[in-house]
Design a protein around this ligand. Structure first.
Ligand SMILES: Cc1cc2nc3c(=O)[nH]c(=O)nc-3n(C[C@H](O)[C@H](O)[C@H](O)COP(=O)(O)O)c2cc1C
Length: 353
């Protein structure tokens, strides 16, 4: 099967230069991750979910605020909430921050979110879900997309009832992660449902869930008729998975892995500040260095180190040749100059979808 992933397509009036989309992932999809995803072939990147609770002065425990840079586009910023007025206002803020697409989260399965009437719980309240889409689509000229699960309960097919209603209410695209909210991330994504959804709506559908290779991406595109595939966990610490899906199958050397990690660390420190980046980065060490690339104790050693400078030293000692690759990369990927801070919408610590 040789399905091309480089075809252009349109989400509303936004041209997307390829059929691979980088998934929104809370606690992962920082700007460094999104920019890296673009470099490795993603045609569209998404922010992690930001909460409209900031507008309503509710006390949202936050991981900080989004920074948007000029070289991320096309970019979708994902919002979540349950109040149409606040969602509409958030959409206008997202537009002002330079997003190309407003994405709405109807998939987060985490109790702290669903109990407020947001995230996946909206799939059980189609009228309210449609009110939210309508409010957002009316508030902004940007195309509005919705990302959802198959439903709340195991085996649910709710997405097939709700999806067409959301399109009627103004959604220009639907992303389906066909697991139930109850399943969280267990079991498998049932893309037979994605195929059914595609047949029911006349907007692009993006297939999310368990896309880990080019072969899998091509088979999901072929069997579902989806316009694009979305990749999440496979890209964590592994941008080469994106390149493989786009058709460039090449195992990175240890030096390349370390160089890319060093760049990610530099960008993350700039974005989050040294203190927050220190904790944030720990999970990435395992993701980058795992999979047989480096011995397991090496990762454990890095996680124990108190300062990022020490981690950098250890990485360079383990792969000295990485320095030259890193310097070249760092020159090619300069710090963004004209960032916009979306400082009224906190990034939620309770992510998912
Ligand atoms: C750590 C993590 C955080 C996530 N956060 C979000 C989120 O903020 N918004 C969202 O719509 N989906 C979120 N998701 C779901 C992913 O976007 C994606 O739909 C799901 O992981 C299935 O795709 P995958 O098998 O390629 O990972 C998250 C997933 C993970 C693993």
């Amino acid at each position: 099967m040789n399905i091309g992933l480089t075809d252009r397509w349109f989400l509303g009036d936004v041209e997307i230069p390829g059929r691979l989309v980088l998934a929104p992932m809370a606690g992962v999809s920082v700007q460094a991750f999104r920019r890296q995803g673009r470099r490795y072939g993603a045609g569209l990147v998404c922010s992690e979910m930001v909460s409209v609770a900031g507008i309503q002065h509710r006390n949202e425990r936050t991981l900080g605020y989004l920074r948007v840079s000029a070289d991320e586009h096309p970019l979708a910023i994902q919002i979540f909430g349950s109040d149409p007025v606040a969602m509409a206002e958030a959409a206008r803020m997202v537009e002002a921050a330079g997003a190309d697409i407003v994405d709405m989260n109807f998939g987060c399965p985490v109790k702290k979110v669903t109990k407020t009437g947001a995230g996946a719980s909206l799939l059980d309240d189609p009228a309210q879900a449609c009110r939210l889409v309508e409010a957002v689509a009316t508030a902004t000229p940007l195309p509005v997309s919705v990302k959802m699960r198959r439903g709340v309960a195991n085996g649910s097919r709710t997405c097939l009832d709700v999806g067409p209603l959301l399109v009627e209410a103004g959604a220009a695209s639907l992303t389906l992660h066909p697991r139930s909210a109850k399943q969280m991330y267990t079991g498998t994504a049932d893309h037979a449902l994605t195929a059914e959804l595609v047949s029911l709506v006349d907007v692009p559908v993006i297939a999310s869930g368990d896309i880990t290779s080019r072969a899998r991406a091509q088979s999901v595109l072929a069997t579902t008729g989806a316009t694009a595939v979305m990749v999440g966990r496979a890209a964590q610490g592994n941008p080469w998975a994106l390149a493989e899906i786009m058709g460039e199958d090449r195992e990175p050397s240890r030096e390349e892995v370390v160089a890319e990690l060093l760049l990610f660390m530099r960008e993350t420190v700039r974005e989050l500040g040294e203190q927050r980046a220190t904790g944030f980065l720990k999970k990435f060490y395992g993701w980058y260095l795992g999979g047989g690339r480096f011995p397991r104790p090496f990762k454990q050693e890095l996680v124990q180190l108190p300062a990022i400078a020490e981690v950098e030293q250890r990485l360079l000692a383990a792969a000295p040749g990485a320095r030259f690759i890193y310097e070249r990369l760092a020159a090619e990927v300069p710090d963004p100059e004209d960032e916009i801070l979306l400082d009224q919408l906190p990034i939620s610590i309770y992510g998912g979808g």
